[in-house]
Design a protein around this ligand. Structure first.
Ligand code: GLN
Length: 485
C-alpha cells in the first residue's frame, strides 16, 4: 500500500479495497519506524490523523467522497495548521500552535484529505539542504549521509522514503524542485498566484509559491487540483476558471518544441547530471519532439538579483517576530528594546540572521537605489528573456540542480556555494513562471538526477502532460531507494 501512487490509493479507497484508517495507519507505522533516522517530520500526531481518516471513511460511506477523500499526505511545516505546532523550522516558532488553517490546508480539509504530519524544512525556508532547520538536518533516503535538498527537504525525503504518498512544498527560489531532484521524486512550482499564500509563513512574498510534491506527474495534477484556487485573503491570488490539471495527461507530444537554453549547459552542471539530462532529451526526441536552441542571456544575474530581493523582502516579513505577539520570547530582559533584541537573537538561526542583515542593508537609505531598485530592473530583464524564448518553444528543459545530493556539512560553511545550488531554478521564480522537476536517471554513485521543465504562464496542465508522457516511456520515477520497503 505504501508504494502505491496517490491515484492508486484514490482508486483503492473508492473501490473499497481498504479504508482511509488502514492506509493512514500503514503510513504512520512506517513514520514511527523511520523518522528517528530520517528526521522528515517535525510533528506527528497519530490520534489527530486517525480521527481525520475516520471522518473521511464516514464521508465515503455516506456517498459524499471527493476524488482525494481519505488519502493521507504530509504538510510542510510552513503551512499554518490549526491545532498543530507550526514551526517553520525555527526556534522562533517552536511554541506556536496555529489558531487557523492556511488556505491550502483548508482546501485539503474540505477535500477530506488526511494530514500525516508536518515536515521538516530549512528555517523560514532559507536554504538548499535542510541543514538550517532548528530541528536538525533531514537525511536523504538514497544515502543517509547526504542532504535531501531544501528547503522542502522533509517533504521530499518523506515522499521518497514512502512515508507519505505526496506532500506540500513551497518554492521561493527552488525549494520544491531542487529537493525533488535530489530525492528522485516530482515537484511542481505553479505560476505565481495560482496557489494562495494565505497562512503560508512568508519568506519573500513576491517569489513564494506553494505546490505539490509526489512520485508521478499524474499525482502532482491531483494535488494541484486541490491546492489551486482563488483566495481573497491573498492580494496576489489570481481569479481564474477552475482547471482539471490532469485533463491533458494523455495527449501525444509529437511536434512539441523543447527549448534548450544554451546558458544552462554552460552553467556548470556536473558531467553525470548533464549526461542524464541529455538522455532525457533524447527520449523526448523519440516521442516526436523538436529541439530548438534558445537563449536566456540574463540568467547569470538571477542568483545575485535573488540575493538582493529575497533578503529585502525577508527582512521586512520577519520583523513581525518580535517576541510580543507570538513565538519565542527571551526569559530575561531589562526593557522593551532589550526584549526585542534578545528574543530575536535567541529565536533566529545564523542563516536567517544573515538574510535579515543583507535585506536591511540593501533597503537602507543610500543603498536602496544601488541594490534594490537595480535588482528590480534586472528582474524584469530576466523575465523578458523567458518571454522571448517562449516565442520559439513550448517548454524549456534543463537540469534542476547542478549536482546530485551532496554530503551533510559539505556546503554548510560556504553560503555562496550553497546559494549556487539554485542556479537553474531561481530565474523561474523571478519571472513568476511555473517550473517542475521529474526524475531522469542516476549519477555514477546511484543518486537521483532531476530534469527541469519550465512552462509559460498558466501552462501547468501542459507541463504535466509533457512529464506524464515521459513517465509512460521510462521508469525512473518508479525507483525506490535501497532498503525502503
Ligand atoms: N535555496 C534558496 C534560498 O535559500 C531558495 C529557498 C526557497 O525556495 N525557499 O533562499
Amino acid at each position: 500500500m505504501r508504494h502505491a501512487t496517490l491515484r492508486q490509493l484514490c482508486d483503492g479507497l473508492s473501490a473499497g479495497k481498504f479504508s482511509s484508517v488502514e492506509v493512514t495507519q500503514a503510513f504512520l507505522n512506517k513514520i514511527n519506524e523511520l523518522n528517528s533516522t530520517l528526521n522528515c517530520f517535525i510533528s506527528v500526531d497519530a490520534a489527530r490523523s486517525l480521527a481525520q481518516a475516520q471522518a473521511a471513511d464516514a464521508l465515503r460511506a455516506a456517498g459524499k467522497a471527493q476524488p482525494l477523500t481519505g488519502v493521507p499526505i504530509a504538510q510542510k511545516d510552513i503551512f499554518c495548521t490549526q491545532g498543530w505546532l507550526t514551526t517553520c523550522g525555527s526556534k522562533m516558532l517552536s511554541n506556536f500552535v496555529s489558531p487557523y488553517d492556511a488556505h491550502v490546508v483548508e482546501r485539503f480539509n474540505t477535500a477530506g484529505v488526511v494530514n500525516l504530519g508536518k515536515t521538516n524544512m530549512d528555517e523560514f525556508a532559507m536554504g538548499s539542504s535542510n541543514e538550517t532547520s532548528f530541528y536538525g538536518p533531514v537525511r536523504n533516503p538514497w544515502d543517509r549521509d547526504r542532504v535531501p535538498g531544501g528547503s522542502s527537504g522533509g517533504s521530499a525525503a518523506a515522499v521518497a522514503a514512502r512515508l507519505a504518498p505526496a506532500a506540500t512544498g513551497t518554492d521561493t527560489g527552488g525549494s520544491i524542485r531542487q529537493p525533488a531532484a535530489l530525492t528522485g521524486i516530482c515537484g511542481l512550482k505553479p505560476t505565481y498566484g495560482v496557489v494562495s499564500r494565505y497562512g503560508m509563513i512568508a519568506f519573500a512574498s513576491s517569489l513564494d509559491q506553494g505546490g505539490p510534491m509526489a512520485r508521478t506527474a499524474d499525482d502532482l495534477g491531483l494535488m494541484l487540483n486541490v491546492m489551486a484556487g482563488f483566495d481573497a485573503r491573498d492580494s496576489t491570488s489570481l481569479q481564474r476558471d477552475t482547471e482539471d490539471y490532469t485533463r491533458d495527461l494523455t495527449k501525444p507530444l509529437a511536434g512539441l518544441r523543447i527549448g534548450l537554453p544554451k546558458e544552462f549547459f554552460a552553467a556548470g552542471a556536473s558531467a553525470d547530471v548533464a549526461r542524464a539530462v541529455e538522455s532525457a532529451i533524447a527520449e523526448y526526441r523519440k516521442l516526436g519532439c523538436d529541439i530548438v536552441e534558445v537563449s536566456l542571456p540574463n540568467m547569470g544575474l538571477s542568483v545575485p538579483v535573488y540575493y538582493v530581493l529575497a533578503p529585502a523582502e525577508a527582512s521586512s516579513n520577519l520583523s513581525r517576530f518580535d517576541g510580543v505577539r507570538y513565538g519565542h520570547r527571551a526569559a530575561e530582559y531589562s526593557d522593551l528594546t532589550d526584549m526585542y533584541e534578545k528574543s530575536r537573537a535567541e529565536g533566529f538561526g545564523a542563516e536567517v540572521k544573515r538574510r535579515i542583515l543583507i535585506g536591511a542593508y540593501v533597503l537602507s537609505h543610500g543603498y536602496y537605489d544601488a541594490y534594490y531598485i537595480r535588482a528590480q530592473k534586472l528582474r524584469r530583464l530576466i523575465a523578458q528573456d523567458f518571454t522571448e524564448a517562449f516565442k520559439k518553444c513550448d517548454v524549456i528543459m534543463g537540469p534542476t540542480s547542478p549536482s546530485t545530493a551532496f554530503k551533510i556539512g559539505e556546503k554548510s560553511g560556504d553560503p555562496v556555494q550553497m546559494y549556487l545550488s539554485d542556479i537553474y531554478t531561481i530565474a523561474v521564480n523571478l519571472a513568476g513562471l511555473p517550473g517542475m522537476s521529474i526524475p531522469c536517471g542516476f549519477d555514477s554513485g546511484g543518486l537521483p538526477v532531476g530534469l527541469q521543465i519550465i512552462g509559460n504562464y498558466f501552462s501547468e496542465a501542459h507541463m504535466l502532460n509533457v512529464a506524464h508522457q515521459y513517465q509512460q516511456a521510462t521508469d525512473w520515477h518508479t525507483r525506490a531507494p535501497a532498503g525502503i520497503t
